[in-house]
Write a protein that binds this ligand. Sequence first.
Ligand code: A3P
Length: 317
Amino acid sequence: MKRCKILEIEIQNLKLSENLVVFEEQKQIPERESRKILSNDEPLIFVGGIPRSGTTLMRAILDAHPNVRCGGETMMIPNFLSWQASWRKSDWANNTGITRKVMDDAVSAFMMEIIAKHGEMADRLCNKDPYTALWLPTLQRLYPNSKFILMIRDARAIIHSMIERKVPVVGYNISDEKQMFRNWNTEIRKMTTQCMMAGGNCLKVYYERLIQRPKDEIERICQFLDIEFDERMLKHEEFIGVEVALSSQEFSASQVKNSINNEPLTSWFDCFDMELLSKLDRLAPFLKLLGYDTESDKPSYDYFASDDFFEFRSVYS
Ligand code: A3P
């Protein structure tokens, strides 16, 4: 009888503890979270170009605008664009009902999440990963209202910068300068051609003009992006750590901290072999085509600051 009583109590406790377990489990089931993914109609801004073309300076200037946020490089957007292009070609994608539309929706949503959520929210979201400039037609299809800023800079200054600052850039072999010029030519040809074909949604910005005529250039950029010019864009350095997020891991961080200056214009002078410079028109014909003086080993960049700079540009340049 006594034993029975104990058993009864044990059974009751067991039931109670079972109920408790169920109750705890119920409490742990989370509400299904609703996640908001921005539409691919967003008027995104992309900043790209060959690394060392002033892409970080450009995005810092835009970040200083109160309604724009670019933030640091995501590093993954150009890689993702490249992966998705190879998935599209594979057989499984063709045999699984994953149509081009399904793929575009998924890819644009994925990239939008990264772009929107890796930094503060803003009216105009922007992304700066230099090599998106090789994917303009894809970006235009994924984000039909997006605009692209293509940074262009003298190849001699770019290659000097990669070598001197030891910036590793895929495709550039720093022990072979000729190969570097050839690679620059291949990439800039692709980028400028795509920019030209983007039907007014891509703006070429020459680094040499941006740093010599900052106000005029920034106003031109604002007009293109359909945003109001803001004086703060001329003083991006004052907003570092506030509007302009800058990581010490970025190779250009130490330079972008400064106000816009002309020093990097000529830093490559006297650094290349004369024989190499004399072959530039063959190694990198786009340099001349883009308006750079390839005759001189110490060219003047005054032309890029001239009032009639845009009047005599050819289709490519
Ligand atoms: P140098 O290495 O020749 O000095 P990116 O950000 O595309 O990699 O470009 C880096 C180049 O932009 C660097 O060239 C750097 O000096 C230049 N740059 C960055 N901030 C600048 C500023 N405030 N004024 C002028 N040039 C700047």
